[in-house]
Design a protein around this ligand. Structure first.
Ligand code: 13P
Ligand code: SF4
Length: 331
Protein backbone atom coordinates (compact mmCIF):
# COMPACT_ATOMS: atom_id res chain seq x y z
CA UNK A 1 0.00 0.00 0.00
CA UNK A 2 2.76 2.39 1.05
CA UNK A 3 4.77 1.57 -2.10
CA UNK A 4 1.76 2.46 -4.21
CA UNK A 5 1.36 5.78 -2.38
CA UNK A 6 5.04 6.61 -2.97
CA UNK A 7 4.75 5.68 -6.64
CA UNK A 8 1.78 8.04 -6.91
CA UNK A 9 3.78 10.85 -5.31
CA UNK A 10 6.64 10.23 -7.75
CA UNK A 11 4.23 10.40 -10.66
CA UNK A 12 2.66 13.59 -9.30
CA UNK A 13 6.08 15.19 -9.10
CA UNK A 14 6.76 14.34 -12.71
CA UNK A 15 3.45 15.97 -13.64
CA UNK A 16 1.68 12.72 -14.66
CA UNK A 17 -0.81 12.55 -11.84
CA UNK A 18 -2.62 14.78 -9.38
CA UNK A 19 -3.03 13.43 -5.85
CA UNK A 20 -6.34 14.57 -4.37
CA UNK A 21 -6.22 15.75 -0.78
CA UNK A 22 -9.86 16.57 0.03
CA UNK A 23 -10.67 18.01 3.45
CA UNK A 24 -7.03 18.24 4.52
CA UNK A 25 -6.13 21.20 6.70
CA UNK A 26 -2.62 21.82 5.37
CA UNK A 27 -1.60 24.06 8.28
CA UNK A 28 -2.56 21.42 10.90
CA UNK A 29 -1.06 18.55 8.90
CA UNK A 30 2.23 20.34 8.20
CA UNK A 31 2.56 21.20 11.91
CA UNK A 32 1.86 17.57 12.83
CA UNK A 33 4.41 16.24 10.32
CA UNK A 34 7.01 18.74 11.50
CA UNK A 35 6.83 17.27 15.02
CA UNK A 36 6.38 13.65 13.98
CA UNK A 37 9.38 13.67 11.62
CA UNK A 38 11.59 16.13 13.49
CA UNK A 39 11.62 18.31 10.38
CA UNK A 40 12.69 21.92 9.95
CA UNK A 41 11.04 24.11 7.30
CA UNK A 42 13.36 26.71 5.76
CA UNK A 43 11.62 29.26 3.52
CA UNK A 44 12.94 32.03 1.30
CA UNK A 45 11.35 35.49 1.35
CA UNK A 46 10.07 34.89 -2.21
CA UNK A 47 7.80 32.03 -1.14
CA UNK A 48 4.01 32.48 -0.99
CA UNK A 49 2.70 34.10 2.21
CA UNK A 50 1.22 30.91 3.70
CA UNK A 51 4.53 29.06 3.40
CA UNK A 52 6.47 31.93 4.98
CA UNK A 53 3.90 31.97 7.81
CA UNK A 54 4.35 28.27 8.66
CA UNK A 55 8.14 28.02 8.19
CA UNK A 56 10.52 27.63 11.15
CA UNK A 57 13.02 30.01 9.55
CA UNK A 58 12.41 32.58 6.80
CA UNK A 59 15.36 34.39 5.32
CA UNK A 60 17.70 35.26 2.50
CA UNK A 61 20.03 32.76 0.81
CA UNK A 62 22.88 33.20 3.31
CA UNK A 63 20.69 32.89 6.41
CA UNK A 64 19.00 29.77 5.03
CA UNK A 65 22.36 28.17 4.16
CA UNK A 66 23.59 28.96 7.70
CA UNK A 67 20.42 27.47 9.22
CA UNK A 68 20.83 24.36 7.03
CA UNK A 69 24.45 24.01 8.18
CA UNK A 70 23.58 24.14 11.88
CA UNK A 71 20.28 22.24 12.09
CA UNK A 72 19.90 19.06 14.14
CA UNK A 73 16.56 18.19 12.51
CA UNK A 74 16.29 14.80 10.79
CA UNK A 75 14.63 16.22 7.69
CA UNK A 76 15.21 19.59 6.03
CA UNK A 77 12.18 20.82 4.11
CA UNK A 78 13.42 23.52 1.75
CA UNK A 79 10.69 25.88 0.63
CA UNK A 80 12.74 27.61 -2.02
CA UNK A 81 14.30 26.56 -5.30
CA UNK A 82 16.49 23.63 -6.31
CA UNK A 83 19.95 25.21 -5.85
CA UNK A 84 19.02 26.13 -2.27
CA UNK A 85 17.88 22.60 -1.38
CA UNK A 86 20.94 21.20 -3.16
CA UNK A 87 23.22 23.42 -1.06
CA UNK A 88 21.44 22.18 2.08
CA UNK A 89 21.98 18.58 0.96
CA UNK A 90 25.70 19.18 0.27
CA UNK A 91 25.99 20.56 3.81
CA UNK A 92 24.02 17.59 5.22
CA UNK A 93 24.88 14.52 3.13
CA UNK A 94 23.34 12.09 5.64
CA UNK A 95 20.09 13.99 6.21
CA UNK A 96 16.94 13.85 4.13
CA UNK A 97 16.40 17.12 2.21
CA UNK A 98 13.10 17.57 0.41
CA UNK A 99 11.84 20.27 -1.97
CA UNK A 100 8.06 20.66 -2.48
CA UNK A 101 8.42 20.77 -6.29
CA UNK A 102 11.47 19.33 -8.02
CA UNK A 103 10.81 21.56 -11.03
CA UNK A 104 11.39 24.70 -8.92
CA UNK A 105 14.60 25.70 -10.71
CA UNK A 106 16.24 29.09 -11.30
CA UNK A 107 16.79 30.99 -14.55
CA UNK A 108 20.06 32.39 -13.19
CA UNK A 109 21.43 28.95 -12.28
CA UNK A 110 20.31 27.69 -15.72
CA UNK A 111 22.24 30.49 -17.43
CA UNK A 112 25.53 28.86 -16.41
CA UNK A 113 25.89 25.37 -17.94
CA UNK A 114 28.82 23.47 -16.32
CA UNK A 115 30.47 22.35 -19.58
CA UNK A 116 30.64 25.87 -21.02
CA UNK A 117 31.71 27.30 -17.69
CA UNK A 118 34.53 24.74 -17.31
CA UNK A 119 35.81 25.74 -20.79
CA UNK A 120 35.60 29.45 -19.87
CA UNK A 121 37.53 28.78 -16.66
CA UNK A 122 40.20 26.88 -18.63
CA UNK A 123 40.72 29.93 -20.87
CA UNK A 124 41.62 31.99 -17.78
CA UNK A 125 43.87 29.73 -15.69
CA UNK A 126 45.30 32.52 -13.52
CA UNK A 127 41.84 33.61 -12.30
CA UNK A 128 40.15 32.41 -9.15
CA UNK A 129 36.42 31.76 -9.31
CA UNK A 130 33.84 33.48 -7.10
CA UNK A 131 30.31 32.24 -7.68
CA UNK A 132 26.96 33.49 -6.54
CA UNK A 133 25.13 30.73 -4.62
CA UNK A 134 22.41 30.76 -7.34
CA UNK A 135 24.15 28.05 -9.37
CA UNK A 136 24.30 24.27 -9.63
CA UNK A 137 26.50 21.93 -7.53
CA UNK A 138 28.65 21.38 -10.65
CA UNK A 139 29.42 25.12 -10.83
CA UNK A 140 30.09 25.27 -7.09
CA UNK A 141 32.55 22.39 -7.55
CA UNK A 142 34.36 24.50 -10.16
CA UNK A 143 34.51 27.48 -7.78
CA UNK A 144 37.01 28.68 -5.20
CA UNK A 145 34.47 30.49 -3.06
CA UNK A 146 30.71 30.97 -3.06
CA UNK A 147 28.90 34.18 -2.08
CA UNK A 148 25.35 35.49 -1.69
CA UNK A 149 24.09 39.01 -2.28
CA UNK A 150 24.46 39.83 1.42
CA UNK A 151 28.16 38.91 1.69
CA UNK A 152 29.40 39.29 -1.92
CA UNK A 153 31.29 42.55 -1.34
CA UNK A 154 32.98 41.22 1.80
CA UNK A 155 34.04 38.06 -0.04
CA UNK A 156 35.40 39.89 -3.08
CA UNK A 157 37.20 42.36 -0.78
CA UNK A 158 38.87 39.45 1.03
CA UNK A 159 40.76 38.51 -2.14
CA UNK A 160 44.11 40.27 -2.80
CA UNK A 161 43.75 43.15 -5.26
CA UNK A 162 46.30 41.75 -7.72
CA UNK A 163 44.44 38.42 -7.97
CA UNK A 164 42.31 38.23 -11.15
CA UNK A 165 38.78 36.93 -10.52
CA UNK A 166 36.04 35.30 -12.58
CA UNK A 167 32.61 36.14 -11.18
CA UNK A 168 29.64 33.95 -12.14
CA UNK A 169 26.85 33.55 -12.99
CA UNK A 170 25.10 36.94 -12.51
CA UNK A 171 26.37 39.72 -14.81
CA UNK A 172 24.28 42.36 -12.99
CA UNK A 173 25.53 41.51 -9.49
CA UNK A 174 29.03 41.18 -10.97
CA UNK A 175 28.89 44.63 -12.61
CA UNK A 176 27.54 46.13 -9.38
CA UNK A 177 30.39 44.53 -7.40
CA UNK A 178 32.97 45.78 -9.90
CA UNK A 179 31.62 49.30 -9.33
CA UNK A 180 31.55 48.93 -5.54
CA UNK A 181 34.98 47.32 -5.16
CA UNK A 182 36.84 49.07 -8.00
CA UNK A 183 37.84 45.69 -9.46
CA UNK A 184 37.59 44.41 -12.99
CA UNK A 185 36.30 40.92 -12.43
CA UNK A 186 35.66 38.88 -15.52
CA UNK A 187 31.89 38.34 -15.65
CA UNK A 188 29.94 35.31 -16.79
CA UNK A 189 27.01 36.47 -18.92
CA UNK A 190 24.11 35.11 -16.84
CA UNK A 191 21.04 36.78 -15.35
CA UNK A 192 17.82 36.31 -13.37
CA UNK A 193 14.78 36.77 -15.58
CA UNK A 194 12.72 38.21 -12.72
CA UNK A 195 15.20 40.98 -11.92
CA UNK A 196 15.76 41.74 -15.60
CA UNK A 197 12.02 42.24 -16.11
CA UNK A 198 11.75 45.65 -14.42
CA UNK A 199 10.90 48.59 -16.67
CA UNK A 200 12.88 51.76 -15.97
CA UNK A 201 10.33 53.87 -17.92
CA UNK A 202 7.44 52.54 -15.84
CA UNK A 203 9.53 52.92 -12.69
CA UNK A 204 10.12 56.62 -13.43
CA UNK A 205 6.40 57.17 -14.15
CA UNK A 206 5.56 55.44 -10.85
CA UNK A 207 8.12 57.54 -8.99
CA UNK A 208 6.62 60.74 -10.45
CA UNK A 209 3.31 59.70 -8.86
CA UNK A 210 5.08 59.07 -5.51
CA UNK A 211 7.85 61.71 -5.40
CA UNK A 212 8.53 61.19 -1.67
CA UNK A 213 9.12 57.46 -2.13
CA UNK A 214 12.53 55.84 -1.82
CA UNK A 215 13.48 53.40 -4.57
CA UNK A 216 15.32 50.32 -3.27
CA UNK A 217 16.59 47.42 -5.36
CA UNK A 218 18.16 43.97 -5.30
CA UNK A 219 21.62 43.87 -6.99
CA UNK A 220 20.44 41.19 -9.45
CA UNK A 221 18.60 44.10 -11.16
CA UNK A 222 20.08 45.79 -14.24
CA UNK A 223 22.40 48.81 -13.91
CA UNK A 224 19.76 51.30 -15.14
CA UNK A 225 17.40 50.17 -12.35
CA UNK A 226 20.18 50.21 -9.72
CA UNK A 227 21.06 53.79 -10.77
CA UNK A 228 17.60 54.95 -9.65
CA UNK A 229 17.90 53.25 -6.25
CA UNK A 230 19.05 54.97 -3.07
CA UNK A 231 19.59 51.60 -1.36
CA UNK A 232 20.79 48.34 -2.93
CA UNK A 233 20.89 45.08 -0.99
CA UNK A 234 19.95 41.44 -0.53
CA UNK A 235 16.40 40.53 0.47
CA UNK A 236 17.30 40.77 4.17
CA UNK A 237 19.19 44.01 3.49
CA UNK A 238 16.09 45.50 1.84
CA UNK A 239 13.88 44.39 4.74
CA UNK A 240 16.24 45.88 7.35
CA UNK A 241 16.55 49.10 5.39
CA UNK A 242 12.77 49.66 5.24
CA UNK A 243 12.42 48.83 8.95
CA UNK A 244 15.13 51.29 9.98
CA UNK A 245 14.30 54.13 7.58
CA UNK A 246 12.32 57.25 8.52
CA UNK A 247 10.78 57.33 5.04
CA UNK A 248 7.13 56.37 4.71
CA UNK A 249 6.91 55.12 1.10
CA UNK A 250 9.13 52.63 -0.76
CA UNK A 251 9.24 51.34 -4.32
CA UNK A 252 10.82 47.90 -4.14
CA UNK A 253 12.64 46.32 -7.12
CA UNK A 254 12.85 42.64 -6.30
CA UNK A 255 10.60 39.57 -6.40
CA UNK A 256 7.14 40.36 -5.00
CA UNK A 257 7.20 37.66 -2.30
CA UNK A 258 9.28 40.01 -0.13
CA UNK A 259 6.25 42.31 0.24
CA UNK A 260 4.62 39.88 2.71
CA UNK A 261 7.39 40.25 5.33
CA UNK A 262 7.95 43.94 4.52
CA UNK A 263 4.29 44.78 5.10
CA UNK A 264 4.18 42.69 8.29
CA UNK A 265 7.23 44.54 9.63
CA UNK A 266 5.99 47.99 8.57
CA UNK A 267 2.20 48.24 8.82
CA UNK A 268 2.42 52.05 8.85
CA UNK A 269 4.50 52.33 5.65
CA UNK A 270 3.45 52.22 2.00
CA UNK A 271 5.27 49.49 0.07
CA UNK A 272 4.92 49.56 -3.72
CA UNK A 273 6.34 46.84 -6.00
CA UNK A 274 8.47 48.08 -8.91
CA UNK A 275 6.69 47.58 -12.25
CA UNK A 276 7.73 44.92 -14.74
CA UNK A 277 7.97 45.53 -18.51
CA UNK A 278 5.35 43.05 -19.63
CA UNK A 279 2.96 43.53 -16.77
CA UNK A 280 0.02 45.91 -17.12
CA UNK A 281 -2.14 44.21 -14.52
CA UNK A 282 -0.51 43.69 -11.13
CA UNK A 283 2.67 45.78 -11.56
CA UNK A 284 4.79 43.26 -9.73
CA UNK A 285 7.39 40.67 -10.59
CA UNK A 286 6.97 37.08 -9.52
CA UNK A 287 9.47 34.23 -9.85
CA UNK A 288 7.58 31.37 -11.46
CA UNK A 289 10.01 28.89 -9.89
CA UNK A 290 9.61 30.18 -6.34
CA UNK A 291 5.84 30.18 -6.85
CA UNK A 292 5.76 26.50 -7.90
CA UNK A 293 5.72 25.52 -4.22
CA UNK A 294 2.26 25.43 -2.63
CA UNK A 295 0.87 24.40 0.76
CA UNK A 296 -0.40 21.17 -0.80
CA UNK A 297 3.04 20.34 -2.25
CA UNK A 298 4.69 21.26 1.05
CA UNK A 299 2.36 18.86 2.87
CA UNK A 300 2.90 16.08 0.30
CA UNK A 301 6.69 16.38 0.33
CA UNK A 302 6.69 16.08 4.13
CA UNK A 303 4.21 13.22 4.18
CA UNK A 304 5.99 11.10 1.51
CA UNK A 305 9.52 12.54 2.02
CA UNK A 306 9.56 13.07 -1.73
CA UNK A 307 11.03 14.50 -3.86
CA UNK A 308 14.30 14.08 -1.98
CA UNK A 309 17.42 15.86 -3.19
CA UNK A 310 20.40 13.66 -4.02
CA UNK A 311 23.88 14.91 -4.91
CA UNK A 312 26.67 12.68 -6.22
CA UNK A 313 29.17 12.03 -3.38
CA UNK A 314 32.31 13.12 -5.29
CA UNK A 315 30.60 16.22 -6.63
CA UNK A 316 29.36 17.06 -3.15
CA UNK A 317 32.88 16.74 -1.68
CA UNK A 318 34.20 19.25 -4.24
CA UNK A 319 31.28 21.68 -3.96
CA UNK A 320 31.31 21.83 -0.15
CA UNK A 321 34.80 23.38 -0.13
CA UNK A 322 33.65 26.62 -1.80
CA UNK A 323 30.44 26.74 0.30
CA UNK A 324 32.33 26.22 3.58
CA UNK A 325 34.81 28.98 2.67
CA UNK A 326 31.86 31.35 2.36
CA UNK A 327 30.31 30.20 5.64
CA UNK A 328 33.67 30.60 7.41
CA UNK A 329 34.09 34.15 6.08
CA UNK A 330 30.49 35.08 7.03
CA UNK A 331 30.75 34.28 10.75
P1 13P B 1 18.89 36.77 -1.50
O1 13P B 1 17.69 36.39 -0.69
O2 13P B 1 20.11 36.14 -0.97
O3 13P B 1 19.00 38.25 -1.63
O4 13P B 1 18.70 36.15 -2.97
C1 13P B 1 17.72 36.57 -3.84
C2 13P B 1 17.37 35.55 -4.86
O5 13P B 1 17.23 35.81 -6.02
C3 13P B 1 17.18 34.20 -4.45
O6 13P B 1 16.83 33.45 -5.54
FE1 SF4 C 1 16.41 32.37 -9.67
FE2 SF4 C 1 15.65 34.86 -10.09
FE3 SF4 C 1 13.87 33.11 -9.22
FE4 SF4 C 1 15.85 33.96 -7.59
S1 SF4 C 1 14.19 35.19 -8.43
S2 SF4 C 1 15.16 31.86 -7.91
S3 SF4 C 1 17.52 34.24 -9.06
S4 SF4 C 1 14.92 33.04 -11.20
Amino acid sequence: MEILEHAKRNLENKGFLEINTPNIDYVDEIKRLKKEKNAVILAHYYQIDEIQAIADFVGDSLYLAQKAAETDADMIVFAGVHFMAETAKILNPTKKVVLPDLKAGCSLADSCPPKEFAAFKKEHPNHIVVTYINCSAEIKALSDIVCTSSNAKKIVDSIPLDQPIIFAPDRNLGAYLNKETGREMLLWDGACMVHEAFSVEKLITLYQKHPTAEIIAHPESQAHILKTASYIGSTSGLLNHVKNSDKKTFIVATEAGILYQMMLDNPDKEIIPAPAKEDNTCACSECMYMKMNSMKKLYLCMQYELPAIEVDKDLSKKAIVSINRMLELSK
